[in-house]
Ligand binder design. Structure first.
Ligand code: BGC
Ligand code: NOJ
Length: 826
C-alpha cells in the first residue's frame, strides 16, 4: 500500500494522508540552523548541536508518537483543526504534505478554508521560515481565529528532560509587538536567545504553556484555542512557549499570507542588552526578521534554496530504464547523503540528538556518499577526523563536533576504524585529483606539536592493522569491528555494562582486549582498502614502500584463504577461545554477511572459485524477499563470548536483521563479479523507492534508507516468525546512504572516479538496452551513453570519447567543457 507518490519533476515526495505508518520526516537547513519536520509538522529545531543548542522541545518515544512541533491551530466557529491534521486530528477535507529538498509544504483544507504552510530554512540564515497562505475557497465571507504554537526547549536537551527541579523555575520571555523572545538564561551566562515572530499585527499571544494549553489538556485541545482567545500570558519560571493569536476575516475567494519566523541569535557579551540592562538588544533579530518578512522575500529565499540544491544534485544525473533508480540516484539518495554529512548520527526520529558524537568510522564512510557534492567540505571533514587519530594509528571511536576532540568516554580499540580513513582519503583524491591533501600537516589527538602529514596518517592506519594480528595472522577483533555488536572481549554478565565500552578484566593483562579473537571482516576490509594505499604510494614514486605494503596485503589474503575460508564462504571471526564464528560447525550464526563482499572484491581465492561459491552461499542462506539478513541462523540465546549481537530477538538489528548498510557490500561484490542481474535484484529489494508499494509493511519513509529492516526471523522469539519481517527502522542517519550511493552509481552503473580519471564499468541487468549519465568531474562535464546491444551484464568492448576511440575503460581527465562519451558493452 502507498501513502503518497514521487513528484520527480519537483523533487518531492507527496504524502496524501496524515496517517502514515510512522512519522515521515524531512530535514530543513544545511549550515547552522536545522529542523526536523514530520508530515504532520511535528519535530524540532536546533542550532549546530542538537544537544547543547536545542531551540524547541520534543519528547521522544511519546504517546502518541510524534507529539510536539510547530503547530498552527484554526478555530473556525468552533471547528478546530490543524493544516497538518495533528495534533487536533480533526478529519480534514483535504491534506497533502510535500517533502522537498530542504523544505516541506503542508496543506490542509476544512469547511472551505485552505491553509498551505511552507517551512524552510533559507541559505545562510539561522531560522526557520513558515509561510502560511490562507484562502477562503467558499462562497461566503469567513471569520476565524489562527493560533501559532511552539514550545521552547531550555537549550541543553539532555538537561531539559532530566533536571526539572531547576528547569521548572528558569523560563524567561519578552514580548515586543508581534515577536515573542525566549530569553531563558540570557541574562546570566548565555549569549543566545530565540524568537518567534509574524509579519503582521496580532490580537494576542501566549508565552506560558499552562495558560495556553491548560494543565490537564494536551496539544490536541489547548484551552486558549478552544476558548477562541489568547490569554496574553507571561511565562515566569515554568514552561515558556510562543503562540500568536490573530482574528482573520476573508471574503469569498480572498487569500491572506502571513510569514512566521523562528530564529536563533547570538550576541557579543557587551551588546546583549539595551541601556536598561535587561531588555534584549534586538538589532540582529530585527535584521533577521527584515530579511524574510514579505511573501516576495520568501519566494526569493525559496528560489535560492532550489538553486543551491540544483548545484548539489547537478554533479551526477542518470537516465536509466528504471525510474526508481533515477529518482534514487538523482534525488533522494544524494539528498540523504547530504543529510548524513550535516547531521552525522546526531538527530533523527531514532537518534535523540543527545547521545552520540561523530563516529570515526561513520563519518569516514559518509564521505564516500557526498564527496562529489561538496569536495571542499569533505576535505575539511577528513582533516577534522584525522586530527583525532592517535599516533599509533588507533582512533577514538567518536569525537564531538563542537570541540572536534576525541571522546574519551568511548575511547578507542575498534579494530576497523583506521581502515575507513584510507578509503575516505582515497575517495577524496579520486574525486578531485587534489593530492595536496596528503601533505597537509595533521595533528594526533588534536595536539599540533606532534602533527605529521596526512600521508603519514594513512601509513599508521595501514600498519595499525598489520601490527595487531592474532594467532592466524588475522587482525585482532579488539572491542568490536564494523559490527558494534560482536564484542569478543566483553564477556559481560552484569546488566548496565555497555557492550561498546566494557571489556572483561580477564583481558587486562593482554592490554584490554583478547589477543586471540580475530576479525575476518577486518582482514577482508584490509585487503579491499589496502590497494588504495599502495596506489597512492606508487603515484608518489614511493615504490619500495608500495611493495612492502602490497606484500602485507598478499600475506593477509593467504592467511584468510588458509584459515578463514570455510569451504563455501568466509568465517566471521575467531572468538577469544580460538573457536570459529560464522562457520558450518557453529550451531547458530553459521554464516555472516560482513566479510564476504570485501573478500570477493579482493579476489581472495578467486582461482579456486571462492568468490562465486561465496556469492552463491549468500544467495542461498541470507537472501530473503526484503533483502539480505546479516547472519543465519539467528541467535536464539545469549552467547557471552559474542556479546550484544545475541541480545536482540532474532531478526532485529545485528542479530539477523536486514542491515541495509552491508547489503551494499554484496551488491558491489555481485556487480564486481559481473553478475549485474543479482546485484540489481539485491539493490531493488532495499532501495527505498522500491519499497514504496509495500509502505504498509516497510513503515518508514519510502524516500530514504533506514539502518535496518526486520529479517525473516523477526517474531520467532514469540512463536510468530515473520512478524515485522520487512519493517524498516532507524531511517535517515545511516552509513547505508553512502554505501548504497556507491553501490548503485559506482558498481552497478559503474561510473567511478579513479586516481587517473573516470572509470566506466557498468554491471547492469542484462535486459537493459543501456542508459545515459551526466557526470561533472574535475571541472569538465561528461555526457555518457552506455549501449548494451548484446544484452550482457558487464564488459566494456569499446569507449569513444569526443569521437575518438580510447582503449580501456577510464576516461582520462579532460579540459573544462562538455565531452561526449559512448561506451558499448558486449
Ligand atoms: C546498536 C548498533 C550501534 C551501537 C553503538 C548498538 O546497540 O545495535 O547498531 O552501532 O549500539 O551505538
Ligand atoms: C551503527 C553504527 O553507527 C555503525 O558504526 C555500525 O557499523 C553499525 N551500527 C553496525 O553495528
Amino acid at each position: 500500500m502507498k501513502f503518497g507518490y514521487f513528484d520527480d519533476q519537483k523533487r518531492e515526495y507527496v504524502i496524501t494522508t496524515p496517517r502514515t505508518p510512522y512519522p515521515w520526516i524531512n530535514y530543513l537547513g544545511t549550515q547552522g540552523f536545522f529542523s526536523l519536520i514530520s508530515n504532520t509538522a511535528g519535530g524540532y529545531c536546533f542550532y549546530k548541536d542538537a544537544r547543547l543548542r536545542r531551540i524547541t522541545r520534543y519528547r521522544y518515544n511519546n504517546v502518541p508518537i510524534d507529539m510536539g512541533g510547530r503547530y498552527f491551530y484554526i478555530n473556525d466557529n468552533g471547528t478546530i483543526w490543524n493544516p497538518g491534521w495533528s495534533p487536533v486530528k480533526t478529519e480534514l477535507d483535504g491534506y497533502e504534505c510535500r517533502h522537498g529538498m530542504g523544505y516541506t509544504i503542508i496543506t490542509g483544507k476544512k469547511n472551505g478554508l485552505k491553509a498551505e504552510v511552507t517551512f524552510f530554512v533559507p541559505q545562510d540564515y539561522n531560522g526557520e521560515v513558515q509561510q502560511v497562505v490562507l484562502t477562503n475557497e467558499s462562497n461566503a465571507t469567513k471569520s476565524f481565529k489562527l493560533f501559532s504554537f511552539v514550545e521552547w526547549c531550555l537549550w541543553d536537551a539532555q538537561d531539559d528532560c532530566t533536571n526539572f527541579q531547576r528547569n521548572f523555575s528558569t523560563g524567561r520571555v519578552e514580548v515586543k509587538g508581534s515577536t515573542i523572545y525566549h530569553k531563558t538564561e540570557y541574562r546570566d551566562r548565555r549569549n543566545h536567545f530565540a524568537f518567534y515572530t509574524v509579519n503582521d499585527s496580532i490580537d494576542g499571544y501566549d508565552t506560558d504553556r499552562d495558560s495556553f494549553i491548560g494543565l490537564y489538556n494536551g496539544f490536541h485541545n489547548p484551552e486558549a484555542v478552544i476558548n477562541g482567545k489568547a490569554t496574553n500570558s507571561f511565562a515566569d519560571g515554568w514552561s515558556p512557549i510562543a503562540s500568536h493569536y490573530k482574528e482573520i476575516t476573508l471574503a469569498a475567494g480572498e487569500t491572506k499570507t502571513l510569514v512566521f519566523i523562528l530564529g536563533y541569535v547570538e550576541m557579543p557579551q557587551a551588546e546583549k542588552f539595551e541601556a536598561d540592562g535587561k531588555t534584549i538588544n534586538k538589532v540582529v533579530a530585527n535584521a533577521m526578521i527584515e530579511k524574510y518578512n514579505t511573501p516576495e522575500k520568501v519566494k526569493q529565499g525559496m528560489a535560492e534554496l532550489r538553486a543551491a540544491w540544483d548545484k548539489l544534485l547537478g554533479v551526477l544525473n542518470v537516465t536509466t530504464p528504471n525510474d526508481k533508480v533515477d529518482r534514487m540516484v538523482n534525488i533522494w539518495n544524494q539528498y540523504q547523503c547530504m543529510v548524513t554529512f550535516n547531521l552525522s548520527r546526531s538527530a533523527s526520529y531514532f537518534e535523540s540528538g543527545i547521545g552520540r558524537g561523530m563516529g570515526f568510522r561513520d563519518s569516514n564512510q559518509d564521505i564516500l556518499g557526498f564527496v562529489h557534492q561538496v569536495p571542499d567540505r569533505a576535505r575539511e571533514r577528513i582533516i577534522d577526523i584525522a586530527s583525532t587519530q592517535l599516533k599509533d594509528g588507533g582512533c577514538y571511536h567518536q569525537y564531538q563536533p563542537l570541540t572536534k576532540k576525541g571522546n574519551a568516554d568511548i575511547g578507542g580499540d575498534f579494530s576497523d576504524d583506521p581502515l575507513w580513513m584510507i578509503l575516505s582519503v582515497s575517495a577524496y583524491i579520486k574525486e578531485t585529483g587534489d593530492w595536496s591533501i596528503l601533505n597537509e600537516m595533521v595533528p594526533y589527538d588534536n595536539d599540533m606539536s606532534v602533527a605529521e602529514t596526512m600521508l603519514k596518517h594513512l601509513d599508521v592506519s595501514f600498519y595499525h592493522i598489520v601490527n595487531n594480528l592474532g594467532p592466524h595472522g588475522l587482525p585482532l577483533a579488539m572491542r568490536a569491528d564494523w559490527n558494534d555488536c560482536i564484542n569478543l572481549s566483553c564477556y559481560s554478565d552484569t546488566p548496565g555494562e555497555s557492550f561498546q565500552t566494557y571489556t572483561n578484566p580477564k583481558f587486562k593483562n593482554e592490554g584490554g582486549y583478547s589477543k586471540i579473537a580475530e576479525s575476518v571482516m577486518v582482514a577482508t576490509l584490509f585487503t579491499y582498502t589496502g590497494p588504495n594505499y599502495v596506489a597512492i604510494l606508487k603515484h608518489l614514486g614511493k615504490d619500495d614502500e608500495a611493495a612492502k605494503a602490497q606484500a602485507e596485503i598478499d600475506k593477509m589474503k593467504e592467511n584468510v584463504m588458509k584459515y578463514a575460508f570455510d569451504g563455501d564462504w568466509f568465517l566471521r571471526a575467531y572468538d577469544a577461545t580460538g573457536a570459529k564464528m560464522g562457520s558450518k560447525e557453529c550451531e547458530e550464526g553459521k554464516i555472516f554477511i560482513e566479510p564476504q563482499g570485501f573478500a570477493v572484491m579482493s579476489e581472495i581465492g578467486k582461482a579456486e572459485g571462492a568468490d562465486i561459491k561465496t556469492l552463491n552461499s549468500i544467495d542461498k542462506y541470507l537472501n530473503t524477499k526484503f533483502g539480505l539478513v546479516l547472519n543465519n541462523p539467528c541467535f536464539t540465546k545469549y552467547y557471552i563470548q559474542y556479546g550484544e549481537i545475541s541480545t536482540y530477538p532474532g531478526g532485529y538489528k545485528e542479530n539477523a536483521g536486514i542491515f541495509t548498510h552491508n547489503n551494499a557490500w554484496i551488491i558491489c561484490a555481485e556487480a564486481y563479479a559481473g553478475r549485474g542481474d543479482k546485484a540489481f535484484e539485491y539493490y531493488s529489494k532495499i532501495a527505498p523507492a522500491f519499497t514504496e508499494e509495500t509502505s504498509d509493511i516497510h513503515k518508514t519513509e519510502p524516500y530514504v534508507y533506514g539502518q535496518m529492516i526486520g529479517g525473516k526471523d523477526a517474531g520467532s522469539d514469540i512463536g510468530q516468525t515473520g512478524k515485522n519481517f520487512g519493517q524498516g527502522k532507524n531511517s535517515w542517519l545511516t552509513g547505508t546512504a553512502a554505501w548504497n550511493m556507491v553501490a548503485i552509481s559506482q558498481y552497478i552503473l559503474g561510473i567511478a572516479p579513479d586516481f587517473d580519471g573516470l572509470r566506466v564499468d557498468p554491471s547492469i541487468p542484462a535486459e537493459w538496452d543501456g542508459f545515459k549519465a551526466t557526470r561533472q568531474f574535475r571541472g569538465a562535464t561528461y555526457n555518457i551513453t552506455i549501449k548494451n546491444p548484446n544484452h550482457v551484464n558487464k564488459g566494456v568492448i569499446s569507449m569513444i570519447v569526443d569521437g575518438k576511440a580510447v582503449s580501456g575503460n577510464i576516461i582520462p581527465v579532460l579540459e573544462a567543457g562538455s565531452h561526449d562519451v559512448v561506451v558499448t558493452l558486449g
